[in-house]
Each structure stands twice: as C-alpha cells, then as structure tokens.
Design a protein. Structure first.
Length: 274
C-alpha cells in the first residue's frame, strides 16, 4: 500500500477518535483534569483518542511503530532503528478543550527518514479535516465539501498593498509575537494578527488564509508533524531558526525549538525574520 492509499483509513481513524473526544467534551468538567509528570494537562479525551488511534494504526500497518503523546516513550536507541513510524497527538490543544473552546484537533503523521510524508489534522467540533500526502497534494474537508488547497504568494499580496496576515498561539510566546509583528510592520507594511488554537494555525497557512505562523516557544514533535506534511504538500514550508526544515526523531528528546511556518517559500523571509 502506497502512502497516499493510507490517507482514507487514517482519516477514518482520526474521525473516530474525534467522535470520542466530542462525546467527552459535551459533558466535560474542569475537575476531570489530571497532570502528567511535566505538569501538562491530560484528560479522558486524550486517552480515549490515543487508544483508538493506536489500535487503528497498528491494525492498518502492523509493521510500522506508533508513537503517541500518551505512549510510554521508547528509548532513543530503539527509536533510532525506526525508518518509518506514526507520530500522533491524540488531542492537540488540550488546554483549549479544557477551557471549552472548539479549536482542538487530532493529529496523525507518518514519518519516513525523519520527515513527515503524510498528515491528517481533524477538528471534531468544527467538522473540519485537513489531509495531505507529500508529493501528491493537500486537501480540506468541511461539512461534506472536499477541495484541494494551496498556499498563496506573499509578494503578490504586498505588491497590491494587502496586509501580511500572521497567525499565532493564544498562550505561548505572546509578547515575543507582538514584538515580531511590530518589526514586520515597520519593514513590510500593515500586519494583521489572529490567534488560533492547536494545529489549525498551520492549516490556515496551508490553505492560503494566512501568510506566516511564527512559533517562538518550544513544542513537541507530535505538535508539528501532521501539519508539516500538509503545509509542505500545499506549497509552503516549516523551518527552524536556521531556515532548515524541521526533522524528526533526531535526538533523545522530542522537542522542537522555535520555528516559522510560511506559505510562500520564494519570499525573502530571511531578510525579515529574526
């Protein structure tokens, strides 16, 4: 089975996980939050989605390991033997979920030789799914409507006098983003910022509804992998502070440093970003 043939069953598994999350969300109470060793929150929804996805992916491709945020982390020595593996965030935006917002997602990526080659981001409360296979294409599904998506040219927008549209987190690196937006405005003209939850920030870049998503705080590899496949397949890029594409399973830890996701790789971003 080629990678693109995996998309539909992975979407189905993501939707099943999303349905489990939605069922818990409707009756969720704040006191049902537990804390992991790193003090990050975890809920019954995270764990239910984790179980569904691990079972589905293991059944779909028994020969490919599955690494989920809620898994016991295998040793780096073991992970170094993996050329291909599934990287899963069963509930991206747990704090958004806890706070009663709707912008949380299920993220599933297939990693091959340190790069994501397939990605699904499903937002269960929005009936919204983004998916991609690198080298094949990227798509958006919303309320039963399916369409291909592409990033947009920033140079053309700026030439028309349009604003640069920047998406950012509500909770992480807020002051740094405000400073960056002010610097970009001095160099490029009007900058409009929009705060969005979870991996939907990347997806807005992928579908040409935003120009750049700067992340100026650490995050985990399962937070970015599925979205990177979607952004890259749609024509964009996600790069670290040295403007190199994010790579996966390279170190014992699973943290990404600061990065930028942008829709127009041909634009001279290095002249304007720190």
């Amino acid at each position: 089975m080629n990678d693109s043939a995996l998309l539909e069953p992975v979407i189905a598994a993501s939707e099943q996980a999303g349905a489990a999350i939605a069922a818990i969300f409707r009756d969720f109470k704040q006191q049902n939050v537990e804390r992991k060793a790193d003090d990050s929150p975890v809920t019954a929804a995270d764990l239910a989605a984790h179980r569904i996805l691990v079972q589905a992916l293991s059944g779909l491709t028994p020969h490919i390991p599955v690494l989920s945020e809620e898994s016991v982390l295998p040793s780096f020595a073991q992970r170094q033997t993996w050329q291909r593996y599934w990287l899963v965030d069963p509930l991206d935006g747990t704090q958004e979920f806890i706070d009663g917002g709707s912008e949380f997602t299920v993220n599933v990526a297939l990693i091959d030789n340190h790069r994501p080659v397939l990605g699904v981001v499903h937002a269960p409360m929005l009936d919204l799914t983004y998916c991609a296979a690198v080298g094949v294409g990227a798509w958006k599904r919303h309320h039963g409507n399916h369409r291909a998506i592409r990033t947009r040219s920033l140079a053309a927008r700026l030439a028309r006098g349009d604003a640069l549209e920047l998406v950012c987190s509500r909770r992480h690196g807020v002051e740094e983003i405000e400073t960056l937006a002010a610097e970009l405005e001095q160099k490029l003209g009007l900058v409009v910022t929009k705060s969005v939850g979870s991996s939907l920030k990347f997806c807005l870049v992928a579908e040409g509804e935003a120009d750049v998503y700067p992340r100026l705080a650490p995050c985990c590899e399962w937070d970015t992998a599925a979205s990177q496949a979607i952004v890259e397949a749609a024509g964009g890029a996600i790069v670290d502070m040295q403007f190199q594409p994010l790579a996966y399973n390279r170190t014992e830890g699973l943290l990404n440093d600061h990065f930028f996701a942008f829709g127009d790789p041909a634009f001279e971003w290095q002249s304007y970003l720190p």
